[in-house]
Design a binder for this molecule. Sequence first.
Ligand SMILES: NC(=O)c1ccc[n+]([C@@H]2O[C@H](COP(=O)([O-])OP(=O)(O)OC[C@H]3O[C@@H](n4cnc5c(N)ncnc54)[C@H](O)[C@@H]3O)[C@@H](O)[C@H]2O)c1
Length: 255
Amino acid sequence: MNFDFSGKRVLVTGGTRGIGRAAVEAFLAAGAQVAVNGRTEESTHNAVAILGKNAIPAPGDISRPDACRAMVSHAARQMDGLDVLVNCAGVAHGGPVDEVTEAVWDATLDANLKGTFFCTQAALLFLRMSKGNVVNLASDAGLIGEVGLAVYCASKGGVVNLTRALALELAPDIRVNCVCPGYVDTDMVRRDVINASAHPDQTEAALAASSPLNRIACPDEIASAILYLASDAARFVTGAALQIDGGTTAGHPRR
Ligand SMILES: NC(=O)c1ccc[n+]([C@@H]2O[C@H](COP(=O)([O-])OP(=O)(O)OC[C@H]3O[C@@H](n4cnc5c(N)ncnc54)[C@H](O)[C@@H]3O)[C@@H](O)[C@H]2O)c1
């Protein structure tokens, strides 16, 4: 589906790589002006340098509410407003429950849940003016549990229900939705899980087998869903958690 975002102003957190980068490129291809958030000045400027004149840098660590406020207002001032906020920045720390430290809990919840909330709060003024919308990156791990990912599951479950609560409270002016991807071929999975394992091929096959469609997703397959939810085609959609997971959360596979 071809979406038209001509004249629209979009901010994508965590937009320098992975799913966020795919979303940035898709919004740019659809005619939008896009503010690209990355955690550091360097990563953000490096990404924007090759994205063309409609991409502008908006660096800032979204795990800190003060940085969320400064970054969102900088982006909106640069673009003279804001139509779409995509809360994509996130981290995943795996490991057994017994080994979870308070530092891991805080780092995960601060980036995935607190950052999503405070970037959205900082964008409200602009989104109310534009009658805009928010798309959050949740996960299939926000809908079902996963062994070794308890903290990540808690953070993404929080994003799913935060999405619903915000959708209710901000209606009818601002729509709020989330996507729930399964495994996606980004650094979070390819570098940190598959290639970091003792047997990458077997690990990839195991991740693929968790989906009835028997593969992991490409980042642009998630970007398509983000653009749909952000577009006028989804004008009657709010509070939705859209699974893009090859059927992983549909139920029990055939035995
Ligand atoms: N890859 C998957 O399988 C998968 C599945 C479901 C959901 N997700 C979610 O999609 C989102 C994007 O993940 P990805 O796979 O592209 O991962 P990734 O690691 O490739 O990219 C994550 C991005 O978020 C940025 N980021 C992290 N913490 C930040 C902070 N405090 N401030 C600013 N930026 C920060 C990183 O710098 C990076 O650009 C995340 O929220 C992730 O939880 C990913």
